[in-house]
Design a protein around this ligand. Structure first.
Ligand SMILES: *[C@@H]1O[C@H](CO)[C@@H](O)[C@H](O)[C@H]1NC(C)=O
Ligand SMILES: *[C@@H]1O[C@H](CO)[C@@H](O)[C@H](O)[C@H]1NC(C)=O
Ligand SMILES: *[C@@H]1O[C@H](CO)[C@@H](O)[C@H](O)[C@H]1NC(C)=O
Ligand SMILES: *[C@@H]1O[C@H](CO)[C@@H](O)[C@H](O)[C@H]1NC(C)=O
Length: 264
């Protein structure tokens, strides 16, 4: 008599539990459960690391002005394409936002679209150069840029510091934003102005070289991307719930049965 009551009870607990578990599993029309899981296809061959230049420039810097110009002139596509598809790779010199603010005398504002595009292309070299490579490059005389033959720059290399001379802009590399073959991105102090657009009638070194123009704190190494990709955990939630429910139920039933054994 006593036994059958307990037996009945445990049976109903089991029934209740399994229907609960079933209900739980069913209630949210879980897309995970419904879509047929594709049979594990062989993982695609690990593609060579794709360097997203827009992304790099948007998280370092700030290089927003430069990035805006790259996008409005579509030069970003030229650069990204070179990074994607060539053996030689690419080297890009990026001025910070403050460099564009400091650009007063020859300004970019009265350039035609085509000239602006050339100025942006002038900030790239059609090959990947590590910082050490500039030692060699500095002895080569005028180096052509992405903008073409007459858009040249001279480099200097002194005690590990890379100097750039476009005629109009004399500046240096202040930090490496990215330098892994095939993509090098270096921060420079000034916007690079080509003689091919602005002419060779360069005013003598802007006499005023007072401190206020250059803030000494300015150039810290580029910030690293903060949380480039936070791993997303998405194991099937509903199934783990179900397993837990069943686990609790079976423990309950075991306890009840244990009680039965004890009683008899
Ligand atoms: C590159 O990054 C930009 C900005 O983060 C993003 O809008 C764009 O979709 C990315 N492109 C590729 C091909 O990943
Ligand atoms: C560069 O490669 C990425 C990833 O393969 C692709 O999404 C992007 O469209 C490519 N961009 C260019 C300009 O080739
Ligand atoms: C831009 O305007 C200035 C005068 O305001 C002129 O000297 C300069 O040549 C112009 N630049 C171009 C590229 O037309
Ligand atoms: C580069 O240097 C050469 C001399 O070696 C000079 O003739 C030329 O004007 C310079 N070009 C620039 C853009 O400074």
């Amino acid at each position: 008599m006593e036994f059958s009551r307990i037996f009945l009870f445990s049976c109903s607990v089991l029934l209740l539990c399994s229907s609960l578990a079933y209900g739980q599993a069913k209630s949210p029309p879980a897309p995970v459960a419904l879509t047929p899981t594709p049979t594990p296809t062989p993982a695609p061959a690990p593609a060579p690391e794709h360097v997203n230049i827009s992304y790099l420039l948007s998280v370092a810097g700030p290089f927003n002005t430069f990035l805006d110009y790259l996008e409005s002139t579509k030069v970003i596509d030229t650069f990204q394409n070179q990074a994607n598809n060539t053996e030689q790779g690419i080297t890009i010199f990026v001025p910070k936002d403050s460099a564009f603010k400091n650009l007063k005398k020859p300004s970019l504002s009265n350039l035609t679209d085509d000239q602006l595009k050339q100025v942006m292309l002038f900030h790239g070299l059609t090959k990947y150069y590590s910082l050490a490579d500039f030692n060699d490059l500095s002895s080569k005389g005028p180096v052509s840029t992405f903008a073409g033959g007459q858009y040249t720059m001279n480099f200097t290399y002194k005690a590990g510091t890379v100097g750039l001379d476009s005629g109009w802009s004399i500046t240096k590399i202040t930090s490496a934003v990215h330098s892994t073959d095939p993509v090098a991105i270096y921060q420079v102090d000034k916007v690079l102005l080509p003689e091919a657009i602005f002419g060779t009638d360069i005013p003598p070194m802007p006499a005023p070289a007072p401190a206020p123009d250059v803030s000494p704190t300015a150039d810290s190494p580029a910030e690293d991307s903060k949380d480039s990709n936070s791993p997303k955990s998405s194991p099937s939630k509903s199934s783990s719930h179900r397993i837990m429910n069943l686990g609790i139920c079976s423990q309950l039933i075991l306890a009840v049965l244990g009680g039965v054994v004890l009683v008899f």
